[in-house]
Ligand binder design. Structure first.
Ligand code: PLP
Length: 387
């Protein structure tokens, strides 16, 4: 079995990031949402120019203003959505932004709602801030996930906030306009505040289309706080820059009362990288989406033909595949088996809520060669279970 450190260097990757560092040397990692691709040239040039001029001081207010302009232009150009003219708030960390919003707009004991399986911090925020969270399990028919409306309507009574991930991590669902409209009815009937995490919105496969939740109607815009960043689509996770946009002046005023020091300032490299990504990164993104689409085909074909026990529908968005491994009878955490027997590092489904038991998440934002090696390791470890 090849040794990933050598493997990594052999493939031109010399990474110190968590993806390549977390597991032992003999494990091929395919877990956290980082990409193995080279940075988009406009971002790289911008960052090199910053370093060449030692421009590593504190970011100016003008730079934040430029980020705001680019954010608005980007939302208009990509999604035909014009965010409100209320000043957004910037964070280094999108997860920190989620925690701030929950802390600011709900009280201890207030009920949160989310659609599971879900990106783990959506569940951790309720646990850590003492807000009970109802996990509404998406109904899963052969890997196709739908919102269970009756259950959601019941749970929404008496709830305060909906934590919505659109596109949805880990299932890769892109919610359709009619789904978002029905969701909007439930939100308005129950006067829910919505945190719409739309960080994966640039990673959509045709024919699907991202519709920002705030764009559904002016009433919904007023209930919604949108979170976005360039980190997922442009692999800027380590540069740390996220944007929180308010739909109503009362939200913005309430949030503005929080001392900025408890969220901290931004990183100048992160702001420049986000501006370059959104302004000049589309050519790179188009090429990257082609690679991701080919990888998605490779992955789904491989699983259908060689690992039929695993159910994996094509994700409509994201570079994350949600593998239903329950037919393999490996218990709640099949990722532990793949790690031990295949030296393959996936994300454990159990982190994504009760609905994740028996599942694992695989990141396919890598070269076709590395993806094939990951699939070979997966198959190898499944063979061990077939006897
Ligand atoms: C849905 C979602 N929200 C937030 C984040 C965290 O983003 P960041 O690292 O930019 O803070 C991720 C990272 O994978 C994510 O998938």
């Amino acid at each position: 079995m090849s040794i990933p450190k050598k493997f990594q260097l052999h493939h031109g990757l010399n990474r110190t990031s968590i993806k390549w560092d977390f597991f032992s040397q003999d494990v091929l990692p395919a877990w956290v949402a980082e990409m193995d691709f080279p940075l988009a040239p406009p971002i790289k040039e911008k960052l090199l120019a910053i370093l060449n001029s030692s421009d590593t001081g504190y970011p100016s207010a003008h730079l934040e203003e430029e980020l705001r302009t680019v954010f608005i232009e980007r939302m208009q150009a990509q999604f035909d959505w014009t965010p409100s003219d209320l000043p957004p708030v910037y964070f280094q960390d999108a997860v920190q932004a989620i925690f701030h919003v929950v802390d600011c707009f709900t009280q201890k004991g207030d009920k949160l709602l989310t659609l599971t399986p879900i990106y783990p911090p959506f569940l951790e925020v309720g646990e850590k801030l003492d807000r009970p969270c109802s996990e509404i399990e998406l109904s899963n028919i052969n890997g196709v996930y739908r919102i269970p409306w009756d259950e959601l309507r019941t749970a929404a009574k008496g709830a305060r906030m909906l934590l919505l991930c659109n596109p949805h991590n880990p299932t890769g669902r892109v919610f359709s306009k009619s789904e978002l409209q029905t969701l909007a009815e439930i939100v308005l009937e129950n006067n829910l505040i919505v945190v719409a995490d739309e960080i994966h919105a640039d990673l959509i496969y045709t024919p699907h289309e991202h519709i920002p939740f705030a764009q559904i109607s002016p009433e919904i815009n007023a209930q919604t706080i949108t979170l976005t960043s360039a980190t997922k689509a442009f692999n800027l996770g380590g540069l740390r820059c996220a944007i929180l946009a308010f739909g109503h002046i009362e939200q913005q005023k309430l949030f503005a009362k929080r001392p900025w020091q408890i969220r901290g300032g931004l990183n100048i490299m992160g702001i420049h990288a986000t501006i370059s990504a959104w302004r000049d990164g589309n050519t790179w993104l188009r090429e990257t989406m082609k690679t991701l689409e080919q990888n998605r085909e490779t992955l789904v074909d491989y699983i259908q033909n060689r690992l039929p026990e695993i159910i994996c529908a094509k994700p409509q968005a994201t570079y994350l595949a949600w593998l239903d491994c329950r037919n393999l009878n490996l218990g709640d955490d099949p990722a532990a088996h793949f790690l031990e027997h295949g030296k393959l590092g996936l994300s454990s489904g159990t982190f994504f809520g009760k609905a994740g038991a028996g599942f694992a998440r695989l990141n396919f934002a890598t070269s076709p060669t590395i993806l094939n090696e990951a699939l070979r390791r997966l198959e190898q470890s499944v063979k061990n279970t077939r006897g």
